[in-house]
Design a binder for this molecule. Sequence first.
Ligand code: FPP
Length: 249
Amino acid sequence: MTAPPVPRHVAIIMDGNGRWAEERGLPRLEGHRAGAKTVRDITTYCRELGVRYLTLYAFSSENWGRPETEVSGLMQLLTDYLKDERATLLKNQIELATIGAVDKLPLVVRALLGAVKEATRGMSGMRLTLALSYGARDEIVRAVRAVAAEVKRGALAVDDIGPEHLEAHLDSAGTPDPDLLIRTSGELRVSNFMLWQIAYSELYVTPVAWPDFSRARLDEAFASYRGRQRRFGLTGAQVAPAGGARGGA
Ligand code: FPP
């Protein structure tokens, strides 16, 4: 299978805001503020390029443990973002979705999320999914509970449980798995992000901090993606019988 010119689903671990700020002698929140600008620009650019699904890791279930000022600052940035971006999302036909335990977010954020989701429901240009209060293990546990409940009420036999039953109860149900997972700021880990969904995603790590990530950097990531051969566990000859097979898993 040859990768299409632009990945259909791009997921991004937006890391490095704090270090970006600290390197400049600024409060960490200034890094998040700069990161929010990058969110706006990269979202618009993905839409322009024809990406169909963009998922951004904006706040993890573990991020609640950060200093209270940083958490409340991030919630304020999210509030401002939702207020300011509503018109742009509508104009660009972008549907807003979320994954994660959004019921844990402050009421004002939940209300805004609900309103923007409702206003953009069914828009077909691109789906922007924000991972908020998100942890993949938590998501999987909630899905397992839902499948167990189906078994308990007799709607599903244990021996009939397949991946599709788990998938149907993940927060991301209805969104295809990411084709490309980008992580900024150089760390070589996945940090509890979409553990089920990234089974066959291509990985791209850049040392660039999220506030400095740009359209040109996204072009570089997509160029790298275009050079990959996706084999989904098959052999190179199986997925590219006409030749040109490369190594890897
Ligand atoms: C990781 O950087 C980033 C976050 C925990 C928050 C990401 C938030 C934004 C990009 C802005 C708000 C979001 C939206 C959607 C408007 P880090 O703080 O862990 O960086 P560090 O590893 O350098 O400390």
